[in-house]
Design a protein around this ligand. Structure first.
Ligand code: AMP
Ligand code: GLY
Length: 424
């Protein structure tokens, strides 16, 4: 079978790497891919939003299955474009990808179907939002309605910060049209957990849990990023929590989407907060998480292509998902200055040290080949170094050791990925 993966980050590298292990996959293409993905797939220079070119490529190469990785093309209808051309594709249609693409939609859905989440109000006008923050409990959370690379969430500790936040999102349009509407919600406290799941429209199969570290600096300081590192499983995600979530969050979400005429096929990523009052949904994503995928897929025993096909065919109830009884930690190696200003184009050395080392992986997030064929940095997040271990502590020690194998100018990493493990 010929497979096309759309995307070019660490998540897509992990998907391509895992898909390549399937006996079903004869040939894998990735658009646009990156220098790491090129080890497992043939990269083609087509952007993720160029639907006409992607569809034409899939037709020309007789692609049997396309997998769309990132949120932007999903929200813009990439899956619909492939389906309209009669091509087999994995991911939610536009009308279902809205689960991530509009926070107002997802909050209203949760309210209507009584899925536990933070209390909230939605605002279309900055005047009304400004008036609301004058009396809201502090801290208060402001969220741009639309997609903003995971950065459209502002936690405001004072009224002045909240006023400035409303102005930045709705008036200065810091995140463009994503801030035409905002959600203002109650601040929750607790442990955060990411739970990814496969969904075929009616059945949901939940993967092992993970935890991301979204802030740029140690001790959860600094700006929000796409994610600086992950560990899996989360020791805080207990059996009781899992049971609660299956009953009140996971299946109810799938059923709610179906009831709304927005059947969801693909990946639902549940961003949860484990509060004193029980688990609450912070957000939904309509795709694999990045860098959660880099710790979840290495622990998965199933044939990934087979699971994707079951989602498309509506036969997920026949799949038994299995994960290894171990742990994994991913440390992101970034360019210093990310997520604001950083330089690109530095040579990366040491990548060969991962070859043939079981349980150690380097997933490329932002890399490319220079004119001489050398691998150079090409993004804020450059690499995700993942290592497995029998325990979380062992996996963390292994990941930090492997993070030293690679060098490039301005290399930056958080030193405390998985520190929470020590509290267990
Ligand atoms: P989101 O993109 O909705 O996941 O938000 C990004 C981050 O903001 C989350 O990972 C949380 O750390 C934080 N956050 C979002 N919503 C809330 C909330 N209601 N209370 C506290 N923190 C939140
Ligand atoms: N790691 C968080 C995300 O993928 O949105």
């Amino acid at each position: 079978m010929k497979v096309l993966i759309v995307g070019g980050g660490g998540r897509e590298h992990a998907i391509a790497w895992k898909a390549a292990q399937s006996p079903k996959a004869e040939k894998i293409y990735c658009a646009p891919g990156n220098a790491g993905i090129a080890q497992v797939a043939e990269c083609v220079d087509i952007g993720v939003m160029e639907f006409d070119r992607l569809v034409a490529f899939a037709r020309e190469k007789d692609i049997d299955l396309t997998i769309v990785g990132p949120d932007d093309p999903l929200a813009a209808g990439a899956v619909d474009a492939f389906e309209a051309a009669g091509l087999r594709v994995f991911g939610p249609r536009k009308n279902a990808a809205i689960l991530e693409a509009s926070k107002a939609f997802s909050k209203d859905l949760m309210k209507k179907y009584e899925i536990p989440t933070a209390a909230y109000e939605t605002f279309d006008s900055p005047e009304a939002a400004l008036a609301y923050v004058e009396t809201a409990d502090l801290p208060v959370v402001l969220k741009a309605d639309g997609l903003a690379l995971g950065k459209g969430v502002l936690i405001c500790n004072t009224r002045e910060e909240a006023r400035a936040g409303v102005r930045a999102l709705m008036m200065d349009k810091q995140f463009g049209a994503a801030g035409n509407r905002i959600v203002i919600e109650e601040f929750l406290t607790g442990r955060e957990v990411s739970v990814l799941s496969f969904v075929d429209g009616k059945t949901i199969k939940v993967m092992t849990s993970a935890q991301d570290h979204k802030r740029a600096r140690d001790g959860d300081q600094g700006l929000n990023t796409g994610g600086m590192g992950t560990f899996s499983p989360s020791p805080f995600y207990t059996k009781e929590t899992d049971e609660f979530c299956r009953k009140y969050i996971y299946q109810p979400t799938v059923d709610a989407m179906r009831a709304e005429g927005r059947e969801f096929k693909g990946i639902i990523f549940f961003g949860l907060m484990l509060t004193e009052k029980g688990p609450r949904v912070l957000e939904y994503n309509a795709r694999f998480g990045d860098p959660e995928t880099q710790v979840v897929l290495p622990r998965m025993k199933n044939d990934l292509i087979q699971v994707f096909e079951a989602c498309i065919d509506g036969t997920l109830d026949q799949i038994h998902l299995e994960f290894e009884d171990n742990a994994a930690v991913c440390v992101v190696l970034a360019s210093d200055g990310y997520p604001e200003h950083y330089e690109k184009g530095f040579k990366i050395s040491g990548l060969e040290k991962f070859a043939g080392r079981d349980g150690y992986y380097v997933f490329h997030a932002g890399s490319r080949f220079d004119q001489d064929g050398a691998v150079v940095t090409n993004g804020g997040r450059v690499l995700g170094v993942t290592a497995k271990g029998d325990t979380l502590k062992e996996a963390r020690a292994n990941a930090y050791q492997a993070a030293e194998w690679v060098e490039f100018d301005n290399k930056y990493m958080r030193r405390d990925i998985g520190k929470a493990i020590d509290e267990v």
